[in-house]
Write a protein that binds this ligand. Sequence first.
Ligand code: SAM
Length: 283
Amino acid sequence: MTEWFNETLYKDIAQRFAVAKVIFRERTGHQDLVIFENPVLGRILALDGVIQTTEGDEFIYHEMLTHVPILAHGRARRVLIVGGGDGGMAREALKHRALERVTMVEIDRGVVDLCATHIPSIGAAAFKNPRLDLVIADGAAFVKSCDDWFDVIIIDSTDPQGPGAVLFTREFYQDCKRCLTPGGILVTQNGVPFLQPDELRGTAARLRGLFADTAFYVAAVPSYYGGFMAFGWGSDSSDARRVAPDELARRFAAAAIDTRYYTPALHVGSFALPRFIERLTGG
Ligand code: SAM
């Protein structure tokens, strides 16, 4: 008799995953955490009933939220990741040897420790990297009191519920902007527009009031049900999003990074939005 994990993100539509084995389950200080094995996607992390990352398709999401802003920036030396407890975002960012430091601010020590132990393939190596500064704190409180600076800020949060809700506010984006260097870039995990249109609409309005250049780009991540996932983009540099394809290709070759999803051509193409998503962004 197959046991199933039924995702509870949406009220009227849901996906389920066969549970070959429950690896670990506990209520951490912040959220209900479960790590289980699925025959198709490998080990899966879920928080508060919502799929966060899977061994099978995490590379898509982590590559697109790191290499797009870092290669677009071209001279990044310091990156801030808010969230990212599984370590996958830090793993991809740290592939850029030109980065002096990656600071990762994760609210739940339990996610870091349990993912490093039970899904080591995603981020365990990152946690041992001397260029990683791991801070266990609320990302919103961190940027509010932060007197450090970053060239790229990546919001790798849960959905806007529970501890993640504060990471979708204008105040938080404003505090992030204050921590960005001139020409710096903020990118956000912004849900699946087909099923979470308000999340996109809300971020578009908040970013537009803060940055000279706001945009969204997309990628389809199989375990984030509903089609394209959107990533928010905010920067006061109008050039960063318009780097010529051959320059992106040069930077990508110079970085000598091994990817399974990201390519410079896909980077450029990912900003071409389906009309219904453009409309949601007010574009
Ligand atoms: N890929 C996933 C997605 O798109 O939903 C995100 C994965 S990552 C595991 C999300 C992380 O955000 C979790 O580790 C969670 O603990 C962390 N998080 C949630 N709220 C936070 C906050 N206010 N400050 C810092 N980290 C937070």
